[in-house]
Design a protein around this ligand. Structure first.
Ligand code: M6R
Length: 612
């Protein structure tokens, strides 16, 4: 979703901000803009469409400046057009602001401002907020910083804002609540952004701004204050990210690069935690919560999208290994249905970005009710990670492709470690089974590498099926969530309608869809449901459905029945999903590419969904 970026310092600001906006394109957006301050002169350029269109638009224009704010907008209030693009200006034209998030009480604020004679040129909540700040500034005769503080006390919603002021051309004001803001600290310069990707090539020293903090940023000074005007000490951290991680590195798309990174990212997610030879498993982030986990009445996993699918796999695994009831909840539903939750419940929030608004709000409400919250996040320092009482990072590295791939398999790996650790501590697993699963996890990266060698075969299969109108994905047990994930991947990047179902449930309705046109993808690796899924394949074949099956090496039954077969290495059924999802990611990728779509930035989607 929206991205913000800003620069203040000795360099020309526009090229830095423009490059930053390009780095943030992956988040998803539909318009873009920049504000530049040169001495007392404020210039704003904005355009509907991609960053490249803004680049064309500003050709030949005055871009001189050492202080600039920029924005990629994903429309919420008002359609994507030039007028609604950010930056938005105050009524007197002296303040320019970019904003991520939603001002929920904007209608009320707008009415108050209209009563005072303000006129608006856009449909955005952002324009309302910057008018409100300016109104406070002029009626109280105070500084912009003071006006921001007063205004934010009235604001309901989530935001990160960046403001430049024509009357104070050496200062940038930033504030956040609920949306991410990272400040890169350079020598005589500062970089501000929604995430570290626009910053990493300039500095590795970063400050993650907290909720309700206001940053007053000059080229050589960073002052952080809380909303009560008390100075806060900025906590400077070392960024654990390399520039190469956010570049394509010779691959046609980020999605393909990230699919192929998985042997390494899975290895990274297990590194320092899994010691198969020593028969040991260490999860530092859970240590102080282990008693609670062992005694938990219930574990509730909250997540969205692909992370929710990872949660479903974990449900099967934790219930089997730890004998603790597990519920997996769509974060958005969990929050608003007033769930019964309290002391004795452990919430595990699963999120790649760590900024998903639905997941954050679900966590906040469970925390208020007394539950302990653990996070399984990819982005270090993200809001979800910081709101958690403890947890485990997935260490998959930056995921740029909108369709989640490597973050998913890292989530599966980490959730397996969590399940195994609780089972070991609780004594619900035999020493033999524990060791076997450690060994299985130890070898999973290599098996994923083997599965990736199927790429060329899967591309051919993609050519055969790319024109299908609908797809059905079926799986049972641990592979049921993988069927859901395969269908989601296909929908997201090829815009083909696809449904995932438990294979047995298919008889209760979806079987009506089956005819010779419908490809049915079975995730049918050798596991305890194998015999049953073989029968389900027969049911589809009997109705002339086209069967594409993901099977295990050595299987002779399914290949004799299916129209197309993708053979992956064998693994214990708890670990198998990490491998069986690989061909489904590749299938979706190739179909999306063959159909000519931008698989890294599919239409309407945002990488990090920061609105509820
Ligand atoms: O960052 P999160 O893991 O919290 O994001 C959750 C979903 O928005 C995300 O998984 C989404 O479904 C992806 N586009 C899936 O590919």
């Amino acid at each position: 979703m929206c991205g913000i970026v800003a620069y203040i310092g000795h360099r020309e600001a526009y090229p830095v901000v423009l490059k930053g906006l390009k780095r943030l394109e992956y988040r998803g957006y539909d318009s873009t803009g920049v504000a530049l301050l040169n001495g007392g002169s404020l210039k704003v350029y904005k355009k509907k469409g991609k960053v490249a269109e803004l680049e064309d638009f500003v050709l030949g224009k005055d871009l001189k400046s050492h202080i600039s704010i920029g924005h990629t907008r994903w429309a919420t209030h008002g359609e994507p057009n030039d007028r609604n693009a950010h930056p938005q200006l105050s009524g007197d034209g002296k303040l320019a602001m970019v904003h991520n998030g939603i001002i929920e009480n904007y209608a009320q604020l707008k009415q108050e401002l209209l009563n005072k004679g303000h006129q608006f040129t856009s449909d955005t909540d952002t324009e309302v907020l910057i008018h409100f700040i300016q109104e406070i500034k002029s009626s109280n005769q105070c500084s912009t910083e003071e006006a921001v503080r007063i205004a934010l006390k009235r604001v309901v919603g989530a935001y990160v804002i960046l403001i430049v002021d024509e009357d104070d051309p050496d200062t940038l004001i930033a504030a956040r609540k609920g949306s991410p803001l990272v400040i890169g600290v350079g020598k005589g310069e500062h970089f501000l952004a929604s995430d570290a990707s626009p910053i990493v090539e300039y500095t590795k020293e970063v400050v993650y701004v907290n909720d309700y903090e206001i940053a007053i940023v000059k080229a050589d000074e960073l002052i952080l204050k809380n909303i009560s005007n008390e100075i806060q000490t900025p906590y400077i951290q070392k960024l654990d990210m390399e520039l190469a991680a956010i570049e394509k590195g010779g691959y046609a798309h980020f999605m393909l690069k990230e699919i192929f990174e998985q042997p390494q990212t899975i290895f990274d997610s297990l590194r320092g935690r899994l010691d198969a030879k020593g028969g040991k498993l260490t999860l530092g982030g859970l240590r102080e919560h282990m008693d609670l986990l062992k005694e938990a009445n219930r574990i509730i996993i909250v997540a969205c999208g692909t992370s929710w699918h990872a949660g479903l796999v974990a449900e099967y695994m934790i219930e089997e290994l730890c004998r603790i009831p597990v519920e997996v909840e769509y974060a958005s539903e969990f929050r608003y249905r007033n769930p019964v939750v309290g002391k004795g419940d452990v919430i595990i929030a699963v999120s790649q970005s760590g900024e998903t608004a639905d997941t954050l709000v679900a966590m906040e409400s469970a925390k208020e009710k007394g539950a302990i919250i653990l996070g399984v996040c990819n982005v270090v320092g993200s809001s979800i990670a910081r709101l958690s009482n403890g947890g485990v990072y997935t260490h998959a590295g930056p995921e740029i492709g909108v369709a989640s791939t490597k973050a998913f398999t890292a989530q599966l790996a980490v959730l397996s470690l969590i399940g195994l650790k609780i089972a070991q501590e609780k004594g619900t697993i035999t020493a033999q089974r524990f060791q076997h699963l450690l060994d299985e996890l130890e070898s999973v990266s290599e098996k994923v590498a083997t599965a990736l060698q199927l790429n060329a075969q899967i591309k051919k299969i993609a050519e055969k099926y790319k024109d299908a109108r609908d797809f059905l994905y079926l799986g049972r047990g641990y592979n049921f969530p993988i069927a859901l994930e395969g269908a989601l991947k296909l929908k997201e990047i090829s815009y083909i309608h696809a449904e995932g179902y438990p294979a047995a449930e298919m008889k209760h309705g979806p079987i009506a869809l089956v005819d010779e046109q419908l490809p049915v993808v079975f995730v049918a690796t050798k596991d305890s449901y194998y015999e049953k899924i073989v029968s389900n394949i027969q049911e589809i074949k009997a109705r002339k459905g086209k069967v594409l099956a993901v099977t295990t090496e050595g299987d002779q039954v399914i290949p004799a029945m299916a129209d197309d077969v993708i053979v992956v290495p064998e693994a214990d059924e708890l670990v198998a999903p990490i491998i069986s999802v690989i061909p489904l990611q590749l299938l979706a990728y190739h179909i999306g590419v063959l159909k000519g779509y931008d698989v890294d930035k599919p239409r309407n989607l945002a990488k990090s969904v920061t609105v509820e």
